[in-house]
Design a protein around this ligand. Structure first.
Ligand code: AMP
Ligand code: MG
Length: 490
């Protein structure tokens, strides 16, 4: 078969104990659901080829195309705070890497690609629902401007997978800057394999943070860079109302991309204690806990790096603490400046934070839809547009009071003719609302109807545009549509 994919597999050239060579499972009767043509193009791949028979064979595991060197990566991780020394790719197969049009190296991975030596009790498969959820939500995150893995393709395998019920199987082709996680470092640290830690550190620096190679202490520079990347990532989540749902260290990417869309969800009404994931019974990964958890995760990374930070352990701990100590400020700076932009403010003043916090607590108390409020606030830069905002509050007088204070503050800003546009450029109209995702999955799984999947993708590709025919996708759920819990589906 022909392959038009110029694979260059740097991870496969690492020592043997970093991964296991595997062959993807062969899907018995694959059908193409979708190829992401724009992404294919960006990766320098031929979208027509991907959509054709050879492409389908690759995307469904039927053929290992020339240049691909499929492997399952080894990693460990803390799951809900408990350390598991070996996890690894149990239902994902890395086909290889390509260098995209911008010169960035990207992984091509089949998620749901069959059993591997890391599968433990699992079947290595993915069900159609979670594949479509990850496809839609990761692509929505990308369009929103949040760093994320991407979805290159989805195929149905023609095979059934057994969960609580029997479900159609599918494979997602995931693209990532890399699939190296905090848990990858933990895997070698748990084995006290310092040589592998050094190799991994050098590899990650060369691949993701090349400037760290020039630093006096490259391991420290790497830790600084990951701390900063995670601080910025979690701030960008909060600013769009995203809840990851399962921020285990094996789901915490070293490159700073959002990875592993399991029970993730977007918040409708603002409330920092919001949890959707059915397996997060303690609320460890609630919306408002995410910054703290990201800090906890990079602290686990710092622990693995101690032997590389300094020869002397006390000195190493001091370096790690200094690096971790920057997280809070970096998060706050990213989050606060994002909030200011959402409010239409350019020049930062002392009590702006109080202005924002007063709003957020009023939103919590009044169950105000997070996305709609900020989108409508842009329109309230023109007087006479308050009703759509007031209507979101249980007690509209709370809204009036806050708007008065906000306008007083705006009056102190430099004249800004573009304020409304600037606000609309950071306050999306469209997010992947849970009830829409659930309805899309039901149509596809129960009726084989992928039209809602396509429509949702099209709307969410332009989250900051009005799209007058699509306003129903901007609406929060009605009481009977509300989704109370999300599931990993693994
Ligand atoms: P996750 O919760 O998706 O981050 O996965 C945690 C671990 O469970 C990883 O090692 C996965 O590879 C593994 N895993 C999840 N689902 C399956 C499955 N269906 N079969 C085998 N391994 C799985
Ligand atoms: Mg995972």
């Amino acid at each position: 078969m022909t392959s038009l994919i110029p694979f260059d597999n740097s991870y496969a050239r690492l020592p043997d104990r970093f991964f296991v060579h595997v062959a993807p499972a062969v899907a018995p009767a694959p059908t193409l659901i979708r190829v992401n043509r724009a992404l294919a193009d960006q990766l320098g791949l031929d979208a027509d080829w991907l959509e054709g028979p050879d492409g389908l064979d690759m995307l469904s595991g039927r053929q290992v195309v020339p240049g691909s060197d499929p492997l399952a990566m080894a990693y460990a991780g803390h799951q809900f705070g408990n350390f598991v020394p070996q996890l690894g790719d149990g239902r994902a197969v890395l086909l290889g890497e390509v260098v995209d049009r911008d010169g960035r190296r990207r992984d091509i991975q089949l998620k749901g690609g069959g059993r591997t030596p890391f599968s433990r009790g699992g079947d290595g498969r993915a069900a159609l629902g979670p594949v479509l959820r990850e496809y839609v939500v990761s692509e929505a995150m990308f369009a929103l401007g949040v760093r994320t893995t991407r979805a290159l393709a989805a195929v149905a395998t023609g095979e059934q997978v057994y969960r609580e019920t029997v479900l159609p199987g599918a494979v997602l082709t995931r693209i990532a800057a890399s699939h190296i996680r905090v848990g990858t470092f933990q895997y070698f640290a748990a084995r006290q394999d310092i040589e592998a830690l050094q190799t991994l550190t050098d590899y990650v620096i060369a691949r993701h943070y090349p400037e760290a190679a020039q630093a006096e202490n490259p391991a420290r520079a790497l830790l600084d860079a990951v701390v900063a990347a995670q601080a910025e990532l979690v701030a960008s989540w909060l600013l769009v109302g995203f809840i990851h749902g399962v921020m285990n260290t094996d789901n915490c990417s070293i490159s700073g991309e959002t990875i592993d869309y399991g029970p993730c969800a977007f918040m409708d009404a603002y409330d920092p204690s919001t949890v959707f994931s059915s397996i997060d019974r303690q609320g460890r990964y609630a919306y408002g806990n995410q910054p703290q958890i990201a800090h906890w995760n990079v602290t686990r990374l710092a622990e693995t790096l101690l032997p590389l930070l300094a020869d002397d352990e006390d000195a190493a701990i001091k370096i790690a603490e200094e690096s971790l100590g920057k997280f809070a400020e970096q998060f706050q700076s990213a989050y606060h400046s994002g909030l200011m932009r959402k409010l239409g403010l350019v020049a930062f003043r002392d009590d702006d934070l109080d202005l924002a916090n007063t709003l957020l607590s009023a939103m919590t108390q009044n169950s105000v839809d997070f996305t709609l409020f900020f989108r409508r606030l842009a329109d309230a830069t023109e007087v006479g547009n308050d009703e759509p905002l007031r209507g979101l509050f249980v007690d509209p007088t709370v809204c009036d009071q806050w708007l008065a204070r906000w306008r007083e503050r705006l009056a102190q800003e430099p004249d800004n003719l573009d304020r409304r546009d600037a606000m609309r450029a950071v306050n999306p109209a469209y997010i992947p609302r849970n009830h829409r995702i659930e309805a899309m999955i039901r149509s596809a799984v129960d009726e084989g109807d992928f039209a809602p999947f396509e429509e949702l993708l099209a709307v969410l590709a332009r989250p900051y545009d009005d799209q007058p025919d699509m306003t129903r996708y901007a609406d929060p759920p009605q009481a009977h549509e509300r989704v109370m819990a999300t599931f990993c589906g693994t």
